[in-house]
Write a protein that binds this ligand. Structure first.
Ligand SMILES: Nc1ncnc2c1ncn2[C@@H]1O[C@H](COP(=O)(O)OP(=O)(O)OP(=O)(O)O)[C@@H](O)[C@H]1O
Ligand SMILES: [Mg+2]
Length: 223
């Protein structure tokens, strides 16, 4: 369970706080969705949750334990917006083992299987993949570290309809094993798989019912 208590981010150079007393609770193996317009503070919040920035005040807890930025770096894996722009490995194997040369082939193959890319050769260049496959690879790059919390910044941005659909299905599958927090300005595709939902406006987070935002209930499997 992730808890944020009265989290404020107010860099001294800013006239007003970017994040204003954020309170949030997200249970394990759930997908939380934060919807907010451009400039509302979505990426800033993910930077704090991934330990890249320190909050001005407030606390972050995982289960019962309060964590500092360094501990959040261990706990969370952040997939940036347009993650494919940051690929720097020459092959899938290199990309997945960047910073973790100790990881064996088995972990690499397992991470690719998690995102449905197990059929690709490890010597393929990341740049030779389709847009949807590149997004999957970016997820695998984080999953290989086995973080407890997966943070995603606009994961469906720039994908066409069928690739968006595939990515949403993949996220629905991943939440069976991981806790996911997704931020987006356009909730459309992701609402049906969200367990919790919030809106973020000018740094103020408010809880909303996904069903009230127009999410259809997930179809129940036929008995
Ligand atoms: N280090 C910083 N110093 C000053 N202002 C900042 C800093 N980082 C972000 N901001 C400001 O904080 C606000 C929130 O930015 P943020 O990037 O988190 O928004 P966002 O919701 O992710 O927007 P988008 O949808 O366009 O990605 C913006 O007004 C931005 O200009
Ligand atoms: Mg952003």
């Amino acid at each position: 369970m992730l808890y944020l208590r009265n989290l404020i981010y107010h860099p001294t150079a800013c006239p007003t706080a970017i994040l204003k007393s954020i309170n949030l609770e997200l249970a394990s193996q759930q997908l939380g969705l934060i919807i907010g317009p451009s400039g509302s503070g979505k990426s800033t919040l993910l930077e704090i949750l991934s330990g890249l920035a320190e909050p001005t005040s407030g606390s972050l807890f995982w289960r019962e334990q309060e964590l500092n930025a360094e501990e959040m770096q261990q706990l969370a894996g952040l997939v940036f917006q347009f993650p494919e722009r940051h690929f720097c490995g020459g092959t899938l194997l290199e990309e997945l083992r960047l910073g973790h040369p100790e990881l064996g082939k088995e972990r690499v193959t397992q991470a690719l299987a998690e995102v449905g890319l197990e059929h690709l050769s490890l010597s393929t260049s990341p740049h030779a993949l389709s847009g949807g496959q590149q997004r999957r690879l970016a997820l695998a790059v984080q999953l290989i570290r086995q973080p407890h919390l997966l943070l995603l910044d606009e994961p469906t941005a720039g994908l066409d309809w069928s690739m968006r659909r595939q990515l949403v299905n993949l996220l629905a599958k991943l939440k069976k094993n991981w806790t996911l927090l997704v931020v987006t300005h356009d909730a459309g595709d992701l609402l049906p798989i969200a367990d919790r939902c919030w809106t973020l406006n000018h740094g103020e987070l408010k809880s909303v019912d996904p069903l009230a935002l127009g999410a259809q209930k997930e179809p129940q499997p036929a008995v």
